[in-house]
Design a protein around this ligand. Structure first.
Ligand code: 5AD
Ligand code: SF4
Length: 476
């Protein structure tokens, strides 16, 4: 415990240091505003997963505290930041394309500041490329030090040089800095950072570092404060939430954490992602079975249905283990809406291997799936496997996978028609202003007649029809 105490001291002193820098910048920004009458604008583009989305909330929090105001018009911004993803190569290409385009904007706008951060920046080759070909970028930082944004902006204001601050590994978990929530009534909470699984295709463990769990008391107090502030739904985030607690110096599991959350009055819905099948315990299934708050949804990445490929992916479960797990979960929660991730075209995947994936898809009957074409990531073990598949074969399999999934997706939606569900209303529909949109416990999206007074409320909705990507309903 002594060690943990010393950790807290580091975290607190670092947070205070950052807050002081934010304050100093704020004073400068306020003075400039008095002179010009114009607030400085920032534009943020977030790529990738929910972790990045959460990181962007923290970045926005810092920027707004400094005195920036968000804009969705990139060309009007004084500060542009891209929070990048590198899980697949095409994500990198998109970022390079957009950063290239910013060069002309930078020429027109002298004081424009451009920052890049996130997973892609943790790769040495990316930094080399940016230094060589995109020297109009002002600030580069990675995944371990996003809380330092204000300090990096201050440093850039004092020099003409590009500021590069990338940490190889994580130092301390800095809590208690400002952050902006997109919705008043729902929030994401990191419960752990990093990943220790080293699936052979995946770059995440290299760019997000080793797994570390936040202390349960920190998570609980953050969630209690959110609930006191009007939050009714929380999403617990981690690369592998099922191994939560393994790095703590006390015995406390993910199942224990969920039990503790069940008792928080005012908290109505709990979601979490991502669950690695190898770590999904019987205890967790039991807690899910008994809980009144855990949503009827579980994201359980399959990746492949072939035990041979799973082994080469270093996933540590077999096709049979996965199917058995699904059986247990469905026994505990018969209405569970299962979603998954599937990779097509992993090196060496044969027709038979792929057919096993289709078999699992048909057996599990997913309500939805994220399907990916395998992308070779330099530095991962799979990138060294010689037998990469021809693009035409992969594309054909990819289409076949979508065709196999689609009838189940549609059937699950159709089955909802005529039934009544609890729906958390999230927003007024962008296209049709007399409609509001919300989510079922299963995470299905539904549109219904209503106005903004319903936002943040959980109401009963009867489903009247099902379209490909959403449902329609009416309040009952
Ligand atoms: N190629 C394709 N998909 C990948 N994923 C991770 N790495 C790769 C890769 N190299 C997918 C996995 C993971 C999801 C977040 O991204 O399916 O679960
Ligand atoms: Fe990547 Fe596997 Fe870790 Fe998920 S569990 S982040 S796929 S290494």
């Amino acid at each position: 415990m002594a060690e943990r105490k010393s950790n807290i001291i580091i975290e607190e002193s670092e947070a205070i240091r950052q807050k002081n820098i934010i304050k100093a910048l704020r004073e400068e920004f306020d003075k400039a505003y008095e002179k010009t009458g114009k607030k400085k604008l920032f534009f943020i583009q977030t790529y990738g997963c929910q972790m990045n989305a959460r990181d962007s909330e923290k970045l926005k929090g810092i920027l707004e505290e400094i005195g920036y105001v968000e804009t969705d018009q990139e060309e009007k911004a004084d500060f542009i930041i891209y929070n990048t993803c590198t899980v697949r190569e095409n994500a990198n290409q998109k970022v390079y394309g957009r950063v290239g385009h910013l060069k002309s904007l930078k020429k027109k706008k002298n004081n424009l500041m451009i920052a890049l951060c996130g997973c892609m920046m943790q790769e040495d080759t990316v930094i080399d490329t940016i230094k060589k070909s995109y020297n109009h970028v002002d600030i580069i930082f990675g995944t371990h030090n996003i809380y330092k944004l204000a300090e990096l902006i201050k440093a850039k204001l004092e020099t003409k040089d590009m500021i590069i601050d990338i940490w190889e590994a994580h130092k301390e978990i800095v809590e208690d800095l400002p952050s902006i929530r997109k919705h008043k009534f729902k929030a994401s909470v990191n419960i752990m950072y990093g990943c220790n699984n080293f699936c052979s295709y995946c770059i995440v463990p290299y760019v997000r570092g080793r797994e570390r769990s936040r202390a349960p008391e920190d998570i609980l107090s953050e969630i209690k404060a959110l609930v006191a502030d009007g939050v009714v739904e929380i999403m617990l985030l981690g690369q592998n939430v099922n191994s939560y607690g393994q790095t703590l110096d006390q015995s406390f599991t993910f199942a224990n954490l969920l039990e503790a959350l069940e008792d928080i009055e005012g908290l109505e819905r709990i979601r979490f992602m991502t669950s690695h099948p190898k770590d999904l315990s019987d205890d967790l299934i039991k807690v899910m079975g008994q809980s009144k708050k855990i949503c009827n949804q579980l994201h359980l990445p399959l990746q492949s249905g072939s035990t041979k490929i799973l082994n080469e992916m270093n996933r540590k479960y077999t096709k049979e283990d996965y199917l058995e797990l699904v059986k247990k979960i469905k026994a505990a929660r018969p209405d569970i809406a299962l979603t998954t991730d599937i990779i097509v075209g992993f090196p060496g995947e044969t027709k038979e291997d792929f057919e096993e994936t289709l078999e699992v898809v048909k057996a599990v009957e997913y309500i939805n799936a994220y399907t990916f074409i395998y992308s070779k990531r330099t530095g991962t073990p799979a990138a060294k496997i010689k037998e990469q598949l021809p693009e035409s074969v992969v594309k054909e399999r990819f289409n076949q996978l979508i065709d196999t999934l689609q009838p189940f997706v549609e059937r699950h939606s159709q089955e909802k028609v005529g039934k009544t569900y609890k729906v958390l209303i999230e927003e007024v529909n962008q296209q049709e202003k007399e409609l509001v949109s919300g989510r079922l416990s299963s995470n299905h999206l539904v549109h219904l007649k209503g106005d903004k007074s319903l936002i943040g409320k959980i109401i009963d909705v009867k489903i009247t029809s099902a379209m490909t990507f959403y449902l329609r309903g009416e309040q009952v």
